[in-house]
Each structure stands twice: as structure tokens, then as C-alpha cells.
Design a protein around this ligand. Structure first.
Ligand code: AGP
Length: 609
């Protein structure tokens, strides 16, 4: 999501910046901009829409400046517009900054800066950056950026350009990628390697907390104010592979981005003392919440599966009836909803035709509509009464992965928010759940780091079969549905998800020797019941793979192999259990030489009925 390019060298900067931004288009964006120092003046060009719109604006004016910064923006704070596009400038228009990430304390900083006399002109969090640099600038750009970073909470990769420093670019990063490209008498900043690979294969990867200064002579990198030596890496990938960050497919890249996506979605939303959730964008009062008599969750595909997790979580914690519907069913079944119903619409794209129609129907019936969506300014985001954005970043592979996992976070946060207003969740429970939620990004990373080889090997079992089964109870059943969808949509291996207790009512007839069955076993309250179902499956000699928490001492006794995930609350298990299932599907599809990112017959965004 969002792309950054910075350039200092001997050539005109604008073509280099535009070329670099084009190479970052795969990240998704809805506006773009560049700033260069030309004839001693900082010149800014920005445009909503694709890069050709920006090129159209620049057209006819040849910039000769050899230093500049560029950005493609994927809207988070503030809708896509010329004015919200980066680079943003300070009050004087002499300092410009581009930024990826989310500045969590921007409202507080903005308030302080306004008191200091700064005037803001956009709806973005980013605009505080050039104003902070202006506030601290006393002739040394590095010092000003250093002081700026000390004020920031949240995540950022940022590059700053100042008219008074025509031979310097300064960048800083925290929880957002940024690299330095080292060319022949020219230097680059970029959020990813493809932006620079046609100029140089020598790069330095910046680490969190580092500040890098590019001049016409070279690069200097600082950590905690001290200069540090960094290794220069030589990139050997071809240009196409570089767009996927070296991964063979977008799907696996997006699976691996999940810890970051979780972190961004949680960013600024957990109170520092874990006492509650902070959904700034969400203006429901206790009075509004107490009016709700039921919740209706509506979505399609993977988002619908996230909704099923929502049903289990909300009914347990809110003690309200929760219905979950597939949007194409909901819209034609004359649903019983009214002004006392909270309708939760879940959609990655925010444009799915049936889901949008369901939203409109809910509004016609006077229900209150909350959307959980990934795309700012999408139709669903615009038409809902309230929006909880998932900050997964653009999802390119058709198979939804990081969007699902962040939808789950959206659901948990919404549930905790409602539960606090309703008084159905005790304060110490809220705090405990939030502590566990806070650990999820690191635990997701642990899953990725430790299970890769095991799942790659297991996929060779699944890839050979025409029929496979995913079973579980409660929240495990909800995840089983998502796991089976992943496997069938990209590997074309037929997979069925069953509530474990339901097998013997029909499907057990399909369980034969060696058929692969994946059994999710993370829900303590039904663990023994699931084990009994596994025994029924094993009695038919199926090959059973269990998914359980690391501390589970029983599961290995009843299954053929176990995938262990880090311990969390059973309520939050779906966030971690789904990752091995996504990886299993990915490797099965890759081993079967399927078109992983664009499976047959499927589209990323289903804008037709
Ligand atoms: C699954 O991997 C899919 N890409 C698909 O089921 C998707 O979740 C569904 O089409 C809904 O899309 P949306 O979230 O953009 O509304």
C-alpha cells in the first residue's frame, strides 16, 4: 500500500520518480504526486487517479531539477483527492514530505501545531510531518527530521525534501519498508526494490529507527543519533520477480504480510492501558448501542466466513442474537430487520455487487449499518453509516488472505466496543482480550517462521487427492470453511468443511483410507467432543492432520500429524489457525502448477450479481 520514491543525482528527477512509481503500481493506489527542487524552488504536482493523470498535469513543463520525491497514495486518512495526495508541504511550501504508514497521534500533534500557528490544508495524518519539520528546522534537515520522529507514534516510512537544502534528502522508517538504492553518482529511496532495479542492483535495507541522509556524494545512516555501517546487498532477481518482493506469487507475499496488516489494523485502536478500543471513526453512543435487539452480518465468500467468526464472538460476548447471511441470499429473502437491528457489512473491496445491494436494502429498512472494509472511499464505505477500515493494504491475489485476517480484527474490535457499551463484557475481560489481541501480530509472524516447511510438505499429501475435508467445532468450524475455500479456489482440489459433529449424519460415507482430513482443535470447551469425532474418522483410516495450540498434550495421540500454533485465547484462535490453512492451500496450488494469483473463472472484485 502506498509507494515512495526519492531521487538525488545527475539526471532530471521527474522521469526517474514517475518511472519508479510505475514499478510500484502493483501496491495499489488512488492518487499520486511528485515534488522537485527546480530553479531553486520546490515545485509540487499532485493528482487524484492513476499516474497518467499526474503525467497529464506535469505535461508541458520540463522539470530540470535533479532532486525530488514521489508518492502513490492508497487512501487511509481522508478520501482520495488532489489535496490529500502526497507530497504534503509545510506552511511555507518549502518543505515537502511523503509518507507510508499511519501516524497514530496525528490529531494531538495537529492540535499542538495549530496552536503554534501552523495551518493545515488536508485531511491526512501525513500533513503533520512537514509541519513538524518546519517547527524544528534551524538549518539542519537531519536534526529536524530526528526531532520530528521523536514526536511520532505509529508507523512510518517518510522522505523529506527542503528547498533550503537542494542537495539533501532525509528519510526515516518505523514498521514500514524503505530501501536506499546506490547508483553511479545517483541515489534513491524507495518503498520497494522494483522502483530502483532498472537503475541499480545495489541496495541497503533500512531498519526501524534509522534515519538516512542522501546527498550527491553518498548515503549516511544513523541509529539513535550515531552513524551506523550497513551492508550493501546486491539484488539478483529479475524485474518481474522484484514486483512481488522476490516472492513467486502475490498470494504468498500477502500471506507473509499478515503480521504487518494486523499491526496496521490495530494501530491506534487499543487504549494504551488496554481498557478499551478506540474506534475514532465510530460515533455510536451507548444509547444507540442499547437500542439494538439483534445483529445481522452480511457478506460474500471469505468475508462471509469472517462473519461466521463474528456470530460466534458476538453472541458469546454481547448476548444478542446474531444472524449471518450470504449477501446474495439476504437480499432476496425479505429479511426481518428494522431500526433496532445493527447490520454489519463485510467486504474487502467495498464494491461487491450483492453485498452493496444488501447494504442498500438494510438502509431502506432503517437498520443501522456498519461496514468493515479495506478500501477507503469504496461504495460500501461511502454508503454505510459507520466504517471500520481494515488496514490490510491492497490485496492483489484473487484468494483473500490478509483481508480476512484483518476483518477478524475489525469484528473483535467492534464486539469489544459494543460489549463495553452494553456492559456485557467486564472491564478485566476487555483488558485480557486486548492484551492477547496485541500479541497476535508477533504470533502470526511465529506461525509463518516456523510452519513453512511442514506445510509445504503436507501440501504434497493434499495435492494428490480429489476430495479433502476440513472439520472443527465452533470457531474452528468457521475457520474450516475458510480453509476449504482457499484450497479449492486456487488448487482446484475439492474440499468440504464440516461441523465435526455433523459428519456422521452423511459425510462420513466419504471418509476412506488415507483421505486427508484437517481437524481444527483449538476450542477448549468442545475439545473432547472433537477428539471423539477424530476417532470416528481415524476408524475409517483417513489421514488426519490436527491443528492445535502448542501446549496441547493430547492431540498427537489421536491424529497422524499436528500443526502447532502459538497459544492465544480460543476466541482469537481463528487469526492464527487460518494462516497454516492458507499456506497449505498455497503450496498445494503451487505444486499442482496452478495459476495461484488468478485462479480460473474467478475475479478479484465481483461487481456483478
Ligand atoms: C476468496 O478468496 C475470495 N476472493 C472471495 O470469496 C471474496 O472474499 C468475495 O468475493 C467477497 O469479496 P469482498 O470482500 O471484496 O466483498
Amino acid at each position: 500500500m502506498c509507494g515512495i520514491v526519492g531521487y538525488i543525482g545527475k539526471n532530471p528527477a521527474v522521469p526517474v520518480l514517475l518511472n519508479g512509481l510505475k514499478k510500484l503500481e502493483y501496491r495499489g493506489y488512488d492518487s499520486a504526486g511528485v515534488a522537485v527542487i527546480d530553479g531553486g524552488k520546490l515545485v509540487l504536482n499532485r493528482s487524484v487517479g492513476k499516474l497518467h493523470m499526474l503525467e497529464g498535469k506535469i505535461n508541458g513543463y520540463v522539470h530540470n531539477g535533479t532532486i525530488g520525491i514521489g508518492h502513490t497514495r492508497w487512501a487511509t486518512h481522508g478520501r482520495p483527492s488532489d489535496n490529500n495526495s502526497h507530497p504534503h508541504t509545510d506552511c511555507t511550501g518549502k518543505i515537502a514530505a511523503v509518507h507510508n504508514g499511519i501516524i497514530e497521534n496525528y490529531l494531538e500533534l495537529k492540535e499542538w501545531l495549530e496552536k503554534e500557528g501552523h495551518v493545515f490544508s488536508s485531511e491526512t495524518d501525513t500533513e503533520v510531518l512537514p509541519h513538524l519539520v518546519e517547527q524544528f528546522y534551524q538549518g539542519d534537515l537531519f536534526e529536524a527530521v530526528k526531532q520530528m520522529t521523536a514526536k511520532l507514534r505509529g508507523s512510518y516510512a517518510t522522505v523529506v525534501l527542503a528547498e533550503d537544502n537542494p542537495d539533501t534528502l532525509v528519510a526515516a522508517r518505523k514498521d514500514n519498508p524503505l530501501i536506499v538504492g546506490i547508483g553511479d553518482g545517483e541515489y534513491f529511496f524507495a518503498s520497494d526494490i522494483p522502483a530502483v532495479i532498472s537503475y541499480t542492483r545495489k541496495i541497503i535495507v533500512l531498519e526501524d529507527g534509522e534515519i538516512a541522509v542522501l546527498t550527491r556524494e553518498g548515503v549516511t545512516i544513523y541509529q539513535d543519533g550515531r552513524q551506523v555501517e550497513k551492508e550493501i546487498q546486491t539484488i539478483t532477481w529479475d524485474t518481474k520477480a522484484a514486483e512481488k518482493g522476490g516472492y513467486p506469487h502475490f498470494m504468498i507475499k500477502e500471506i507473509c504480510e499478515q503480521p504487518r496488516a494486523l499491526r496496521d489494523t490495530l494501530s491506534g485502536r487499543i487504549a494504551p492501558d488496554y481498557s478499551g478500543v478506540d474506534l475514532k471513526e465510530f460515533n455510536l453512543t451507548t444509547e444507540d448501542v442499547k437500542k439494538f435487539r439483534k445483529v445481522a452480518i452480511v457478506a460474500c465468500g471469505t468475508a462471509y466466513h469472517a462473519g461466521i467468526v463474528g456470530k460466534y464472538a458476538m453472541e458469546k460476548m454481547l448476548r444478542l442474537p446474531v444472524e449471518v447471511d450470504i449477501a446474495s441470499e439476504f437480499r432476496y429473502r425479505d429479511p426481518l430487520i428494522d431500526s433496532d437491528t445493527l447490520v454489519v457489512i463485510i467486504s474487502q473491496s467495498g464494491e461487491t455487487a450483492d453485498t452493496l445491494a444488501a447494504l442498500r436494502l438494510a438502509k431502506e429498512k432503517d437498520a443501522r449499518v456498519v461496514a468493515i472494509t479495506n478500501v477507503v472511499g469504496s461504495s460500501i464505505a461511502r454508503e454505510a453509516d459507520h466504517v471500520i477500515y481494515t488496514w490490510a493494504g491492497p490485496e492483489i491475489a484473487v484468494a483473500s488472505t490478509k483481508a480476512y485476517i484483518t476483518q477478524l480484527i475489525g469484528i473483535y474490535l467492534l464486539t469489544l466496543f459494543l460489549g463495553k457499551h452494553l456492559g456485557t463484557i467486564k472491564p478485566d475481560e476487555v483488558s485480557q482480550i486486548l492484551h492477547y489481541i496485541y500479541r497476535l501480530p508477533n504470533q502470526a509472524q511465529e506461525v509463518l517462521d516456523t510452519l513453512n516447511e511442514q506445510l509445504d510438505r503436507m501440501a504434497t499429501v493434499f495435492k494428490k487427492w480429489e476430495d479433502t475435508f476440513f472439520v472443527g467445532r465452533g470457531l474452528d468450524y468457521a475457520v474450516a470453511m475458510e480453509g476449504s475455500l482457499k484450497l479449492k479456489e486456487i488448487s482446484y482440489v475439492h474440499a468440504e468443511a464440516y461441523a465435526a459433529g455433523e459428519l456422521k449424519h452423511g459425510t462420513l460415507a466419504l471418509i476412506v483410507k488415507d483421505v486427508p482430513v484437517l481437524a481444527l482443535c483449538t476450542q477448549d470447551d468442545v475439545f473432547e467432543k472433537t477428539v471423539s469425532n477424530i476417532k470416528e474418522i481415524k476408524a475409517r483410516e483417513a489421514h488426519v492432520i490436527g491443528v492445535a495450540f502448542q501446549g496441547n498434550k493430547e492431540i498427537h495421540k489421536v491424529v497422524d500429524e499436528v500443526v502447532y500454533i502459538p497459544e492465544t485465547l480460543p476466541l482469537l484462535a481463528p487469526v492464527l489457525t487460518v494462516i497454516p490453512l492458507q499456506m497449505l492451500a498455497y503450496y498445494a496450488a503451487a505444486h499442482r502448477n496452478c495459476d495461484v494469483d488468478q485462479p480460473r473463472n474467478l475475479a478479484k472484485s465481483v461487481t456483478v450479481e
